[in-house]
Design a protein around this ligand. Structure first.
Ligand code: SF4
Length: 333
C-alpha cells in the first residue's frame, strides 16, 4: 500500500506549529529523556493525555530519576500511582526501572528484542521508545496511527497490514531523519486533527491527498470494543467494620492486589448464607463490570484472607476494592 510521500513533510510541519506542551517532551539531549518517556508510555497505556499529566507531574516530583524510582518500595510507587488505575503498569514500571539500572547501566537497550525482555514492554511500547529515545526509524502503531492511515487510504483498519504498510513506506516516512518527531507527530495528529469523531478535514493539511476526504463512500471508524464482565463479589465482614481480603485472585487486571473473593460464575460457589447487598456497574477503561455484591458476617475466614479496616489501611488498596468498601460501609450506618 503506497502512501503519498508528501505525508511525512506535511505532518512534521503541522506538528512544529501545533504540538502540545507536555511535561514528558524534554529536549533531545536531556538526561531525563529515557525516564520521562518510559514513565509517560506506561501511564498513557489505556489512559488519555489530559488524565495522565497531573499524575506524571506528581510522580516525577516524588521519584525524580530512574535510579530513585528503582530503589523505591512497591507500596510507595502504588500509593503515588493511586487513582490512575491499571496498577499492573505501576508494578511493571518499577520492575522495569530496576532491570534497566541493574542490567543496562540505566540505558535503554538498542534492539526491540532486548527491550521486549523488560517487564511490561511489548511491541508497541518498545517501538515507541526506540523512536522517541534513539530517533530510530520505528513507528508505534496505536489506535491514533491506525485511524490516520486507514482514513488516508479510505480502507478499514482490519483490511490493512500495518507492519507491511510501514515497511513499504519506510524510506519516505523517515527521509528527514526526524524519526522521534515523526513518531510523536503521527500520534498527535491522530489525537488532535484526525480524531475518532468529527475529524477536522476542512482545515487538514492532508486533505488534498486523503482518500477519505475525497471519497463519497467513506469508511466507518472502528469503535473501541467494550468488554463486559459479570463479577459476583463475596465479602466476609465483621462487627469491627473490617472486611476480609486476599491477594490470591485470578482477576487479570487486579492480579495479586487486595480483593474480596470474586467469582465470575456464581453457580460454582456455594452462596448459601450470603446476603445480596447490591448490583452496580463499575466501568474501567474499556471494561464494563457488572458487580453483584454479597456479604456475610463471619468470625472465621479462609486462610488466604486477612482482615482490613473499612476506614483506614496502611496497605495499598486499589480503587476497585475501595468502591466495594463504600458499598459495604452502608451496612454500618
Ligand atoms: S482530511 Fe480528514 S480524514 Fe483525511 S487525514 Fe485529514 S482529518 Fe483525517
Amino acid at each position: 500500500m503506497h502512501i503519498n510521500p508528501i505525508l511525512s513533510k506535511k505532518i512534521l510541519a503541522w506538528y512544529d506549529n501545533n504540538k502540545r506542551k507536555l511535561p514528558w517532551r524534554v529536549g533531545k539531549k536531556s538526561p531525563k529523556k529515557l525516564y520521562y518517556r518510559l514513565l509517560s508510555e506506561f501511564m498513557l497505556q489505556q489512559t488519555q493525555v489530559k488524565t495522565v499529566i497531573p499524575y506524571f507531574n506528581n510522580f516525577t516530583k516524588k521519584f525524580k530519576t530512574l535510579k530513585s524510582l528503582s530503589i523505591s518500595s512497591e507500596r510507595e510507587v502504588l500509593k503515588t500511582w493511586e487513582g490512575l488505575g491499571y496498577y499492573r503498569r505501576a508494578r511493571n514500571l518499577l520492575a522495569c526501572s530496576k532491570k534497566l539500572v541493574r542490567d543496562h547501566g540505566s540505558r535503554l537497550p538498542y534492539s526491540l528484542e532486548k527491550i521486549k525482555k523488560l517487564p511490561g514492554i511489548g511491541d508497541y511500547t518498545g517501538n515507541a521508545l526506540l523512536g522517541l529515545v534513539y530517533n530510530m526509524p520505528t513507528i508505534a502503531v496505536d489506535g491514533n496511527v491506525k485511524r490516520v492511515f486507514s482514513r488516508i487510504l479510505n480502507k478499514e483498519e482490519n483490511k490493512i497490514n500495518f507492519e507491511n504498510l510501514i515497511d513499504k513506506n519506510k524510506k519516505n516516512f523517515f527521509k528527514t531523519n526526524r524519526n522521534a518527531d515523526f513518531v510523536e507527530a503521527l500520534m498527535e495528529f491522530g489525537a488532535l486533527v484526525c480524531k475518532p469523531k468529527d475529524p477536522n478535514c476542512l482545515t487538514c493539511c492532508l486533505k488534498k491527498t486523503c482518500k477519505y476526504f475525497k471519497s463519497k463512500n467513506k469508511i466507518r471508524s472502528s469503535k473501541r470494543k467494550m468488554i463486559r464482565k459479570n463479577y459476583n463479589v463475596f465479602c466476609y465482614i465483621n462487627k469491627k467494620k473490617q472486611i476480609a481480603l486476599t491477594k490470591e485472585n485470578k482477576i487479570g487486571f487486579l492480579k495479586n492486589f487486595y480483593l474480596p473473593t470474586i467469582i465470575e460464575d456464581a453457580n460454582s460457589f456455594n452462596n448459601r448464607n450470603w446476603k445480596f447487598l447490591k448490583n452496580y456497574q463499575n466501568p474501567i477503561s474499556n471494561l464494563k463490570l457488572n458487580i453483584n455484591l454479597y456479604y456475610k458476617f463471619a468470625k472465621r475466614i479462609p486462610q488466604s484472607h486477612n482482615w482490613y479496616s473499612l476506614e483506614k489501611n496502611k496497605e495499598f488498596i486499589p480503587s476497585f476494592t475501595k468502591k466495594i468498601f463504600k458499598q459495604i460501609s452502608t451496612l454500618f450506618k
